[in-house]
Design a protein around this ligand. Structure first.
Ligand SMILES: Cc1cc2nc3c(=O)[nH]c(=O)nc-3n(C[C@H](O)[C@H](O)[C@H](O)COP(=O)(O)O)c2cc1C
Length: 304
């Protein structure tokens, strides 16, 4: 998730357990080859963040060689191709969900990527531009035929907002017709959501987004309750986790990269509190990470 699933959050997620595969945020195929793995907040990574899939935002096959070379140098554990982002700024360059409108070009891109890497190659899509199951299945079959190893499906159409209920049952139409693993995504905030999503989608696994940013222990809860993994039940200490997140931002990133990421995380984290909007707005108006830490501390002292 852009601005969210960087190293600081990934470390926290993995500390709770239950994560099968972590992911970077989307990485521009054009910028990636010149980014510094030591200083870029998109690329900084620690040894515990494993396995880590790197997501490419790419719109043309002639960008594939350099991008995949860079991912090999970065020791990616898997490569994911973003075919689901609906942001207009992304669409203008022909990337993200715009790729679902260009199956011929995608075929060329994926077959090229397949030739260039031995790493697991995956794709993340939405269920389409409009509701057209046959078109969706044809697109997914094409991805499978060209060598995609696993497909993640966000159960919403291009223009559907996050507020709309996800169409988990549409994922089942894809799952039934593919032999590669299909992972369901969208609207999983609780263990019950995870159960219901698996039941309706018939998917092989789940991808969590906002739910795990709000509650980084959600992977562990689902792994234990739904998949029967032997993981201890841990009571998250929220103030401690928040401060730990800030420490990680400070330890990992240059000053100019810290505050924006803290505000982004706070937007989700604050949802753990009944009056969390007070925390979010207090942090939002801060001009430094240390001011934000102090304001959050005041909030924690007066909240339960
Ligand atoms: C702030 C934000 C950033 C996102 N960035 C990405 C991204 O970089 N790559 C991607 O594939 N999806 C991205 N997404 C979409 C999520 O991965 C996910 O598909 C979507 O939020 C639905 O899942 P959820 O309901 O579990 O959050 C982003 C979503 C949000 C809210």
């Amino acid at each position: 998730m852009a601005g969210v699933t960087h190293s600081a959050l990934r470390q926290i997620l993995i500390s709770f357990g239950g994560v099968g595969l972590l992911s970077t945020e989307m990485l521009s195929s054009r910028k990636l080859p010149t980014e510094s793995p030591r200083f870029s907040p998109f690329l900084i990574r620690t040894a515990i963040e494993k396995p880590l899939s790197y997501q490419l935002l790419i719109s043309a096959d002639d960008e594939m060689d350099r991008a995949i070379d860079a991912l090999h140098r970065l020791r990616a554990d898997a490569i994911d191709l973003n075919m689901g982002c609906p942001a207009p700024s992304v669409g203008r360059s022909g990337a993200g969900i715009r790729l679902m409108e260009r199956p011929g070009d995608v075929r060329v891109m994926v077959s090229k990527a397949r030739r260039l890497t031995q790493l697991p190659l995956t794709a993340k899509i939405r269920i389409g531009i409009d509701l057209d199951e046959q078109k969706l299945v044809d697109f997914c079959r094409m991805l499978q035929d060209e060598g995609i190893d696993l497909l993640s499906v966000h159960a919403r159409l291009k223009h559907e907002s996050f507020a709309r209920s996800p169409r988990w049952e549409t994922i089942a139409a894809v799952k039934k017709r593919l032999s590669i693993p299909v992972i369901a995504n969208g609207g999983i905030f609780t263990v019950d959501d995870a159960r219901k999503c698996l039941e309706l989608s018939e998917a092989d696994g789940l991808m969590l987004g906002r739910g795990a940013v709000i509650r980084p222990w959600l992977f562990a809860d689902i792994a234990r309750e739904v998949f029967g993994k032997d993981l201890p039940r841990t009571e998250a200490d929220l103030p401690r986790m928040y401060n730990d997140f800030i420490d990680k931002l400070v330890g990992l990133y240059r000053p100019e990269y810290r505050l924006g990421r803290l505000k982004e995380f706070t937007h989700y984290f604050a949802k753990n509190y009944q009056f969390g909007h007070h925390l979010a707005s207090r942090v939002q108006s801060c001009e430094s990470v240390e001011a934000a830490r102090e304001r959050a501390g005041e909030f924690f002292r007066t909240s339960t």
